[in-house]
Write a protein that binds this ligand. Structure first.
Ligand SMILES: Cc1ncc(C[n+]2csc(CCOP(=O)(O)OP(=O)(O)O)c2C)c(N)n1
Ligand code: SF4
Ligand SMILES: [Mg+2]
Length: 292
């Protein structure tokens, strides 16, 4: 709103916090941040009704760069924070962000339960296939055989496909993007924000420092968009585009409508307040401690 009470159109630049990103020049996370500014402007998202939550990592610095409410929590807990905010204030737009280490290693458990709960939250996972902030250790998405600071002879473990994990654990909107494709990424972030339910966006976002300039070139060469006429409502279709070796298929892989937990909160609250025959804590305790 302007001082005169007239609604002013928010341009992408209006969402900048004024804090200058400290990411390395060329880091893929710049692309994600810019696409987020654009998507928010496209939907005219109200900054004062928005909260962005993160854990720890280079990518987890993102909330500081957006002019909304935000919180940079502890490692792996972006989704626990987002869950708490959404349950307490279902009216707010809630976005969780972070890296592959934050969201799939230490925070992997929370991803599973966020997917199955289906709260109306957008989760953007910036996937550089490495722990960037702590200087290049192996991550759950590091491809098998790749040398990192902690897998000097090559990663012996199979890697996880984050989209496959999200689909199989109940997310109702799952997409994959590339930080080097601004237009596509902006559309996907906007679509994830509009979806009613848990939206999971895996963005391939190169780390030029610990994975080298080649990671950007290699990712770019592999990117292919979903074919024309693709039907995202079928789980089997979506799974066809996970665990791909020579391709990174981008687009909305999976999208279904299902009641979101956010929609049920009011009902749960009403039932709890009404009691519905459930004994109070005092009544329960007095069964065991009659003098209570
Ligand atoms: C409890 C805890 N364990 C470990 C760490 C160290 N640590 C900080 S960030 C990080 C991994 C970051 O990797 P990722 O989430 O992929 O983010 P990126 O830096 O690659 O964007 C680790 C292991 C920590 N801060 N707290
Ligand atoms: S270390 Fe990697 S992930 Fe971190 S800011 Fe630099 S390029 Fe980005
Ligand atoms: Mg990472």
């Amino acid at each position: 709103m302007s001082a005169a009470g007239v609604k002013v159109e928010l341009k992408p630049g209006a969402y900048k916090s004024g804090l200058k990103p400290v990411w390395c020049p060329g880091c893929g996370d710049f692309g994600v941040l810019n696409a987020l500014y654009r998507a928010m402007a496209q939907l005219q998202i109200e900054p004062s009704n928005t909260v962005i939550l993160s854990g720890i990592g280079c990518s987890s610095r993102l909330p500081g760069y957006v002019k909304t409410y935000g919180f940079n929590g502890v490692h792996g807990r972006a989704l626990t924070l987002a869950t708490g905010v959404k349950v307490a204030r279902p009216d707010l737009t809630v976005i969780a962000v972070g890296g592959d280490g934050d969201g799939l290693a230490i925070g992997g458990n929370h991803l599973i339960h966020s997917c199955r709960r289906n709260l109306d939250i957008l989760y953007i996972l910036m996937d550089n296939e490495i722990y960037g902030l702590t200087k290049g250790q192996v991550a759950p998405t590091t491809p098998t055989g790749d040398k990192t600071k902690s897998t000097f002879w090559g990663n012996p473990e199979p890697s996880v496909d984050p989209c496959e994990l999200a689909i199989s654990t109940g997310a109702t909107w799952v997409a994959r993007g590339f930080s080097g494709d601004m237009k596509d990424l902006t559309e996907m972030i906007a679509a994830g924000l509009v979806h009613n339910g848990f939206s999971f966006l895996n963005v391939m976002s190169p780390c030029v420092t610990w994975r080298g300039d080649d990671q950007f070139k290699e990712m770019k060469a592999k990117v292919a968009h979903l074919p024309e006429g693709y039907d995202p409502s079928r789980r089997a279709n979506a799974v066809d585009y996970t665990r791909e070796k020579d391709k990174i298929t981008t687009g909305i892989l999976y999208e279904v409508e299902a009641p979101s937990l956010t929609d049920q909160l009011e009902n749960i609250k009403e039932r709890a307040m009404a009691g519905n025959g459930v004994p109070t804590t005092k009544e329960m305790l007095s069964r065991f401690y009659p003098k209570f």
